[in-house]
Design a protein around this ligand. Structure first.
Ligand SMILES: NC(=O)c1ccc[n+]([C@@H]2O[C@H](COP(=O)([O-])OP(=O)(O)OC[C@H]3O[C@@H](n4cnc5c(N)ncnc54)[C@H](OP(=O)(O)O)[C@@H]3O)[C@@H](O)[C@H]2O)c1
Length: 270
């Protein structure tokens, strides 16, 4: 028997999760039933998405097919959750609901989706290129098969970390908000290069290659970050001068607080 999979909200992240599974033929697009909010998105997916998934508009007569699937990936925006209606009608218990909504707790999901065993997942944008990080918190009633299936959805394009639910907010702050923080750092360092007379493009390229090289060095040699810092910091030299500016401007504290506040914001959604 083939299992039908519903995707409630077939936007950017849902596509990033599902498309590699189609690419690697681990899922058949004919078994995937997607729901979006607008007719425009239905038409756009029919016209432009490279696979022929079953696609329906929310609250249309056909959307019942999606809501009837035993396995559901929930991937609307957290503020759109209140608009998902009709799931409580399905009286079969034990359906699996995998939510990727930022900050929405297992308890809230279980209340919202009775008859479903809920799983909360946090993933991040590099999943698009198969380099994602995915944190998963399973509820108590989950079966081994449901656990395996959930991991299968994400392991193809991300590293999986099984975590207690209370660590998912900080996992999200580090990994999901992290790419934006790193992008800002790249942009700011490149502007430093620009200020010193480098062309923008070259400056950005140098920053990115420097970051990749530094990370590879740390990983390949098992250097600690402190050891690496000491290696490139000589008495009265340029690097200690740069680091002194960052300490004066409290960069370290600003980064710590940015992660803590992203985590607190995620908790507010619960
Ligand atoms: N962005 C990130 O970096 C990131 C990373 C990890 C997880 N997430 C989580 O992933 C989720 C989705 O984010 P996204 O960036 O993929 O958002 P998105 O591109 O805006 O996708 C949302 C999808 O939900 C559909 N939708 C809206 N209301 C609906 C309804 N009532 N019934 C059915 N479908 C509905 C939208 O349809 P229309 O196109 O017709 O509006 C759209 O297809 C969020 O909860 C977010 O927290 C995001």
């Amino acid at each position: 028997m083939t299992i039908k999979i519903a995707v409630i909200g077939f936007g950017n992240i849902a596509k990033a999760i599902i498309t590699p599974l189609f690419d690697k033929k681990l899922l058949d697009p004919r078994d995937v039933y997607c729901l979006v909010n607008s007719k425009k998105s239905v038409d756009n997916i029919k016209k432009n998405y490279k696979y022929n998934v079953n696609i329906f508009q929310a609250n249309s007569k056909d959307s019942e097919i999606v809501l009837n699937c035993q396995i559901k990936l929930l991937s609307v925006k957290p503020q759109q959750l209140k608009n998902i209606v009709g799931l409580e009608k399905y009286t079969d218990s034990g359906n699996l609901l995998i939510s990727i909504l930022a900050g929405v707790s297992l308890e809230k999901l279980s209340k919202r989706f009775p008859n479903h065993i809920c799983v909360r997942v946090v993933t991040n944008i590099p999943i698009i290129i198969g380099k994602g990080l995915t944190g998963i918190a399973f509820g108590d009633e989950i079966t081994q098969d449901q656990k395996r299936f959930t991991k299968k959805l994400f392991e193809n394009s991300s590293k999986i970390y099984e975590l207690p639910q209370d660590l998912l907010d900080i996992f999200l702050a580090l990994t999901s908000s992290g790419p934006a923080i790193i992008a800002l750092i790249i942009e700011a360092l490149s502007d430093g290069g620009l200020s010193g007379g480098l062309q923008k493009h070259l400056s950005e390229e140098l920053v990115m290659e420097m970051i990749i090289g530094t990370i590879t060095l740390i990983k390949d040699t098992n250097l600690t970050t402190a050891e690496l810092k000491n290696m490139v910091t000589s008495p009265g030299g340029t690097t200690i001068t740069a680091l002194r500016v960052l300490e004066n401007k409290s960069l370290r504290s600003a980064l710590i607080e940015s992660v803590v506040s992203a985590s607190n914001r995620s908790k507010e959604f619960c």
